[in-house]
Design a binder for this molecule. Structure first.
Ligand SMILES: N[C@@H](CCC(=O)N[C@@H](CS)C(=O)NCC(=O)O)C(=O)O
Length: 251
């Protein structure tokens, strides 16, 4: 769904990376619901990073608590941060989670596990500090990546595979309930990011997660998602985001 200047939902996220904001963008795009990707508009029109910084000010979120970091969602007077929390709110409104409370809580559980996973994926290139350049923490990145790819990535991906296996309501085709949910979209993004960052390791790891790979492919082929992925709205992966490709880390 094309971002529209008059959309009721406003997303505040860094304009040049997919990052965590992509999990929110994918939900809007897959649902076909208009949203304004605020920081991608010019600063002169109220966009740019300046709009995000304004949200982080003590009173930037209105009555709500000041957010720590983007992504931030504004919907009318409501301002929300934390990716999983935003998706918990959007899920029912976008038709991307089942109606019942147990399913919503389970979706949140898996979403929080995805959040842990992508944080660890990020830490492979920034194991010491986000404020230092990759080149300033390269030996540590090499060690961290080796551990991540040998132990943590297989453990997380294996968990996601079991989530799919366990969901008898969808015969392994969806993470939660019988239909597409925001969790499926985030799992798609996790696989895409890992393929970009660690193509060599992923070729190996994917062999043990056939349901996750099949889910990735099905999500990519959904008409609205496919249209989004082929559009300029999908920011290409790059070496500023969460998933970065440094060949020396990919063993
Ligand atoms: N747990 C938060 C993490 C938010 C976060 O780390 N956002 C990043 C961009 S993806 C950021 O701008 N961080 C700034 C900082 O940590 O100082 C979430 O899932 O939304």
């Amino acid at each position: 769904m094309k971002a529209q200047p008059s959309a009721e939902y406003e997303l505040y996220y860094w304009p040049s990376i997919q990052g965590r904001g992509e999990l929110i963008r994918l939900a809007f795009e897959a649902a076909g619901v208009a949203y304004l990707d605020v920081a991608r508009s010019p600063e002169a029109k109220g966009g740019g990073a300046k709009a995000i910084r304004a949200m982080l000010e003590p009173d930037g979120a209105g009555e709500g608590p000041p957010p720590f970091a983007p992504p931030i969602l504004k919907h009318g007077p409501l301002v929300l941060a934390q990716t999983a929390n935003i998706l918990f709110y959007l899920g029912p409104r976008l038709g991307l989670v089942p109606d019942d409370e147990p399913s919503r809580l389970r979706a949140n559980q898996v979403q929080l596990t995805i959040a842990d996973f992508i944080s660890e994926a990020h830490d492979t290139h920034h194991p010491i500090a986000s404020g230092l350049y990759y080149d300033e923490q390269k030996p540590e990145s090499l060690r961290r990546s080796e551990q991540f790819l040998a132990h943590r990535a297989p453990k997380f991906l294996g968990c996601f595979e079991r989530v799919l296996e366990h969901n008898s309501a969808a015969a392994g085709q969806h993470a939660i309930g019988p239909a597409l949910s925001y969790v499926d979209l985030s799992l798609f993004q996790a696989v895409s990011g890992m393929r970009y960052a660690f193509p060599v390791a992923m070729a190996r790891l994917e062999k043990k997660t056939p349901l996750l790979v099949a889910l990735h492919d099905r999500v990519a082929a959904l008409p609205r998602v496919a249209a989004y992925l082929g559009s300029p709205r999908r920011i290409p992966f790059n070496e500023h985001g969460l998933f970065r490709h440094y060949p020396e880390l990919d063993k």
